[in-house]
Structures are given as C-alpha cells and as structure tokens.
Design a binder for this molecule. Sequence first.
Ligand code: ZN
Ligand code: ZN
Length: 410
Amino acid sequence: MDINLVKQYAEFAVKIGVNPQPGQTLIIRAPIEGAFFARACAEAAYAAGAKEVVVHYSDEKLSRIKMENTAVEVLEDVKPWLQRSYLDYVESEGGACMLSISARDPEIYKGLDMEKIDRANQAAMKAQEEWRSYTMSDKVQWSIVAIPGPAWAKKVFPGDENAEEKLWQAIFQVCRVQEGTDVTAAWREHLVKLEARRNRLNELQLESVHFESANGTNLTVGLAENHTWEAAGGRTPQGYEFLPNIPTEEVFTAPHKDKVDGIVHGTKPYVYNGEIIDGFWVRFEHGRVVEYHAEKNEALLGHLLDTDEGARHIGEVALVPASSPINQSGILFYSTLFDENAACHIAFGAGYPGTVKGGNAMSKEQLLALGVNDSLVHEDVMIGAADTTITGQTKDGRTVPLFAQGEWVF
Ligand code: ZN
Ligand code: ZN
C-alpha cells in the first residue's frame, strides 16, 4: 500500500470526517491491526488543533474467544465504564468527537450461538444508549472509516494472495483518494453536489416514494411528517460539520414507521451479527414487516426483526444511483459502510431525529408522533437494483419521476 495515500486518507477521515476543533478531545476506536492508521489519524488530529487523542483498541478475534467461552449472563452484564469514558470527555470543557476505524471480519461470529450473540449485542447497545443519543442526534462529531483487515480482505477477494493490497486500492478508488488529487477538496465538491440534490428533494414536499423493479420489488414508503431529506454531512449544535460515514453517496430521510406497504427484495447480501444474510425479501403492512424470507441465514433475519417492536419497522430510506463509484467498482464489500452507498437502501430500526424538522431537539415521544421509528437497532439493507424505478408523490397530488433504470432522472 502507498503510505502517502494512507496518510491522505487518514487526514481526510480526520479533517472532513470528524473535524476536531482546537481544544477538543478526539476519541479513536481502532482494531489492533489498524494501529498504524490510528497513529496517522492522531497526528492529523493534533495538527488540526485537537487537545488530546484517546485511542481505544479492540481485538475482534478476542471478542470471538470471549463470545465462545463466557457465559451469556456475563456478556449481558455490561459495565458502565466504557460509555462513561466517552461521556467524561464529551461533558468536559472543549468536548469531544469520535472516529471509529473499522476493519471487521464480516463473518467473525460465523457458526456461533445466534441467540447468545444477540443477547450480548443487545446488552452492549443498551449500555451505550446515552452515548448513542449523542451520535444519532448529531450532538457530537462522529465518523466511521474503514481500512482493510486480513479476514475482511479475503472475503472480498477470495483466494487472492494480494487481497489486502487490492482492498486498499478499492477503498482508495471509491473514497476518491488518488495520487495528485486534493482529497479534501474533491470531497467538498462531491458534498456540494449531494447537498444540491437534497435541497431539490426538500422543495418537492413529498408524501411518499414508490420503488419498483423486475425482481418483484413493489414498495410504497410513506414519509414522516415534517421529514427533511439529508445528505451525508452532519452539523453539531455548535455548527461543527462532520461526515458520519466514509464514503457517502446517499440522500436519505425518515419514512413514516406505520406507512410502508408492499414487498421489497434485497439486492446485496448484508452482514449482521458477524454473519451474512443473503437473498431476502420482506413484506410490509402498515409499516410493519409481516412476512420475510432469506435464502441464507433466514433465522438470523428473523432474530434481527424480533429485536424489539421497532426492528419490524424502518427508520431510514435512502436513494443512491447505480452509477455510484462503489457500485461501479463492481466489488461487493461485505461491509454496510460501503455497500449501502452502492444502492438505494432502507434501515430496519431507529430513524435519525435529524431527518425531521427540529427533530434533534425533540423527545422520543415527539419523534414517534411524527412517525420517526425507534429501536435498539439501525440496520441498513440494500434494495436498489440496476432497473429500479422510483417515483415520488407530492402532498399536492403530483407524481414525480425520481429514478429510471437505477439512475436519477430528477
Ligand atoms: Zn443510509
Ligand atoms: Zn442507515
């Protein structure tokens, strides 16, 4: 891998991704295999004026060992220190932001007891609910960036000796990291385009969007009251801009949790709880999944949908054209961070408060009343196909073509 490009990538993740302000603490979560990348990010953060960089290392192989060998009751007994450690920095003078570095093996928990993983994950999520409300409501700058890990690279490029190097190339390509290009400037330009699209969609005042494709998808997604379309850039109450997901190609909004009807087919496999769910469809009635099927790991899909009542409803609908660089790369990344930016998607579970007007300052009850879904989970699943047609219904009764043959026509 080209170390200069790695540095540029780290700099971009820090400057545009989390955008640490002078006097702020940057918390980095990194896999042990990514220590070199965490160091590059730390350097970039100090150069940007960060007061302190705090790194939490994790080891997913150790997580698997723990999952296999520890009693579920122990896994469920999540101590508050980890969440506390984040909150301590966020609540202190100057505040904090968080960069998560991901190199996940998509099948890290393959073959393990699904029920146990589920209970452990749910407990971990519950124990971090307060912290999650900071990120879900854009109260802090946060971002996720991926780097190749050995197991992940092998899954993407099976049987290839240079899998990791190839995955670096692929990541650079879809993240616009190129020799001789100002990566940060290229991203600013890209974000301006996404924001223009977002603004035009907001002017339409849509009531619902309708998806159709030859695979059998025929889905109407009613939108939450006072919904707003968003493009990837977030902004904290203090006005600090950040980019939650790297890369990003989507414009997205809040569906109304009770106004989704029809059938939708998944168009890419997706990773849940360290296993892959593939070849699935779900059928909605009044916003609720009433029927589902998957060729691979159907029971796991059922588990996801049974997490809580909100997991049976959706909290996000996102539009991504088939010409997105991630889709054009032809690579299936087995990582939602990338794959969700290759295709239109919906998310089972919680909605983003920021996708309704004034939502970041609203209570859960106020959000629910507008139709914004709530759940412990937020799981993006890809539903866009090369032939997807999308139309919008406006509040004043007009039908507006948005997508034809998988591409924007609006
Ligand atoms: Zn999304
Ligand atoms: Zn999402």
